[in-house]
Design a protein around this ligand. Structure first.
Ligand SMILES: CC(C)(COP(=O)(O)OP(=O)(O)OC[C@H]1O[C@@H](n2cnc3c(N)ncnc32)[C@H](O)[C@@H]1OP(=O)(O)O)[C@@H](O)C(=O)NCCC(=O)NCCS
Length: 136
């Protein structure tokens, strides 16, 4: 079950952000992070910012040694339960156009393509797909 991040997890999440080539968001003051851990070892995490009724999903990451075993799906599913208690109406996430696994995952959980942001990413340069989930 996902849990709020503790101080002892922060370094592990920071390392995972780097290893997974994700933006470094763990220290954003307004960001919230929850982790899925086992024996105080972070298997995966999700970081987001909420502003009024909108949420921006900043990072979803799973330890490379544990990818492909349903952890990303589990985190996303449990995260939706957390959000259900807030007043959120829309969720946005940006993802590299080539990131087929993440796009598949977001589609599976009801996100739709909102727009393509040309050359949004650097190193390497790539378009971003902005995906959007709307609560009914
Ligand atoms: C994207 C990510 C979070 C997915 O986590 P995960 O635990 O590996 O994913 P899951 O095991 O839950 O699988 C999710 C879906 O992708 C599919 N999938 C997983 N690995 C796959 C692979 N190597 N090739 C093809 N499909 C794959 C699974 O079959 C599953 O689909 P299904 O439920 O329809 O069968 C993980 O790959 C990751 O950390 N990637 C790097 C960081 C990143 O890109 N984050 C997203 C941008 S914010």
């Amino acid at each position: 079950m996902i849990k709020p991040i503790r101080d002892s997890h922060k370094e592990m999440v920071g390392s995972l952000e780097k290893e997974l080539h994700l933006a470094s968001c763990i220290d954003f003051p307004q960001a919230k992070t929850v982790v899925l851990e086992e024996d105080n070892h972070v298997l995966g995490f999700i970081t987001w910012i909420q502003s009024d009724d909108e949420v921006e999903l900043l990072n979803l990451g799973v330890n490379p040694n544990h990818q492909g075993h349903g952890i990303g799906s589990q985190i996303l599913k449990e995260w939706f339960n957390i959000l259900a208690d807030s007043q959120v109406k829309h969720i946005f996430v940006e993802v590299r156009e080539s990131n087929a696994i993440a796009i598949h995952l977001y589609n599976k959980y009801g996100f739709k393509l909102n727009r393509t942001r040309l050359n949004y990413y650097q190193n390497p340069s790539e378009n971003a797909l902005e995906m959007r989930f709307d609560y009914e």
